[in-house]
Design a protein around this ligand. Structure first.
Ligand code: ADP
Ligand code: GLC
Length: 490
């Protein structure tokens, strides 16, 4: 099959740079779409750690004045990934995370950094690279939101898909930045990128992209409500016919318990025991008469881990244990460290980010807890399913779309894969933790649930063709609309 071209634009891409699930999805989509006839080149910022990981990058474009700063575009392959890297030292060559300085605050020039990324994407879409031009551009979150604005300003009509991974982040900046970001005054309107007197990069993407997707069907529905729309529900409502929820998958090669080099590999629930013992030892947890649950998460309000602190006695009081790996909000970090100190041998907390440890945790755990207040998709429950760690999740967003609750009906027909509870509700979370402990004691039932979980399809098999169809539809519509421009004048 001859392949068609997509330019993806994102601020993170696993395995090179990751702070959360966005990176996993951006890193996995190219391999998922290739069998469907679409080749994705992914444009990311040349952060210091990205540049140092590249082998033999080629300079493919000089950008002597990109929003006032000198830059170059590099091309490199990393594994399956065909990357374009924006090397703009003044913007990206620094220590720290993609978004935050060492003090944990947003970089003060984040608007300029990701506007530069977006402007570069628009140039590429417009044909700036010799011999390669995309048929579709795929924009991920607010960091790519300004691409349609820069494309329109340059008369580039390539269709675009804007994927919302998390509507909580708007990419807001002051109206006084219009000139520095080279934004057209005509776009600063209610129908454009103006948001309560500010510039909103996410709104620019939502109003300007040809189609909008989000990462689960339930979140697509939730986004239209004030409870979840975070002030953009009105904008979403005006575009509801162009909005589609496409469930995330995971990279089932990287995340395969049968071949994972980071763990003692296993292909059935029985094979987990050695990993569970090792995990208890690694976290200094006692031998126990209850399940070992894990949390692997950003520590932010979204994730509901303050609710879990309140509900914790429902787990530990029944002999259940918890190992938590996470970082983020300082107050939550401290509260969890205190909970660990107060429950020695039963609750253990690691503050930090550690990809390899996360594999060992999914492999050793009986359960993965995800008590989010909202969750566009969520990937940790999918890793949990794959590794036979039963997801105990809030019934919201993609969590509601991926876990089959062990209610009486599901248990009777043998299809349950986990436990769900009401979001933002401590008593319901306590019930879920109690049910986990009860199910764990009923070994045949628990093992059956783990088997179901490990068999549940969590790859890109279902969703990759949906993206492929969307790309094809947009490309065909564009070709129809612009047919006369390509007609031979003779
Ligand atoms: P979000 O993107 O909102 O953070 P997801 O569930 O979609 O949530 O994705 C989180 C990803 O980040 C998963 O791959 C998870 O394993 C990983 N992760 C989160 N926190 C940590 C951490 N402290 N150490 C290692 N991996 C982490
Ligand atoms: C966001 C969401 C998360 C989702 C991830 C990848 O970070 O918070 O729910 O799984 O993006 O789409």
């Amino acid at each position: 099959m001859s392949s068609r071209a997509v330019l993806a634009v994102a601020s993170e891409c696993a395995p090179l740079v990751k702070t959360g699930g966005l990176a996993d999805v951006v890193g996995a989509l190219p391999a998922a779409l290739e069998p469907h006839g679409w080749t994705i080149r992914t444009l990311i910022p040349g952060y210091r750690r990205v540049l140092s990981a590249l082998k033999r990058p080629r300079v493919v474009l000089d950008l002597p004045d990109l929003l006032g700063t000198p830059a170059r575009l590099l091309a490199a392959r990393v594994g399956d990934l065909d990357l374009l890297i924006l090397d703009a030292p003044a913007l990206f060559d620094r220590d720290g995370s993609p978004y935050l300085n060492a003090g944990g605050n947003d970089w003060s020039d984040n608007d300029l950094r990701f506007a530069a990324l977006s402007k570069t994407a628009a140039l590429i879409a417009g044909g700036a690279l010799t011999g390669w031009q995309p048929e579709v551009v795929h924009l991920h979150d607010w960091q790519a939101g300004l691409v349609p604005v820069y494309m329109a300003a340059a008369g580039v009509t390539v269709p675009s898909v804007m994927t919302i991974h998390n509507i909580a982040f708007h990419g807001l900046t002051a109206a006084s930045r219009m000139t520095a970001l080279e934004l057209p005054a005509a776009g600063f309107t209610l129908d454009g990128f103006e948001y309560w007197g500010h510039i909103s990069a996410l709104k620019a993407g939502l109003t300007g992209a040809t189609a909008i997707t989000t990462v689960s069907p339930t979140y697509a529905h939730e986004l239209t409500t004030p409870e979840f729309g975070m002030g953009l529900e009105g904008v979403i409502a005006t575009r509801r016919h162009d909005l589609q929820g496409i469930l995330n998958g995971i990279d089932t090669q990287t995340w395969n318990p049968a071949s994972d080099q980071a763990i003692r590999s296993f292909a059935s629930p029985g094979g987990k025991a050695a990993n569970t013992r090792a995990l208890r030892a690694e976290f200094g947890l006692d031998k126990s008469r209850g399940p070992l649950a894990v949390v692997i998460s950003r520590l932010s309000d979204q994730k509901g881990l303050d609710l879990l602190l309140q509900a914790l006695p429902a787990l530990t009081g029944r002999g259940g244990q918890l190992a938590l790996l996470g970082s983020g909000d300082r107050r939550l970090e401290n509260a969890w460290l205190s909970a660990g100190a107060a429950n020695p041998g039963m609750v253990a907390v690691r503050i930090g980010y550690d990809e390899t440890l996360s594999h060992r945790m999914y492999a050793g755990a009986d359960a993965v807890l995800v008590p989010s207040r909202f969750e566009p998709c969520g990937l940790t429950q999918l890793y949990g399913l794959r590794y036979g760690a039963l997801p105990v999740v809030a019934r919201t967003g993609g969590l509601a779309d991926t876990v089959i609750h062990a209610n009486a009906a599901a248990l009777a027909v043998g299809c349950a894969t986990g436990i769900t509870h009401r979001p933002n509700c401590v008593p319901s979370l306590e019930n879920a933790l109690a049910q986990l402990c009860d199910l764990w004691r009923d070994r045949p039932t628990f093992t059956r649930l783990q088997r179901n979980a490990m068999k549940h399809p969590v790859g890109w098999g279902a969703s990759a063709p949906v993206y492929a169809r969307l790309y094809a539809r947009l490309a065909e519509q564009h070709a129809d609309e612009h047919a006369d421009e390509h007609e031979d004048p003779a």
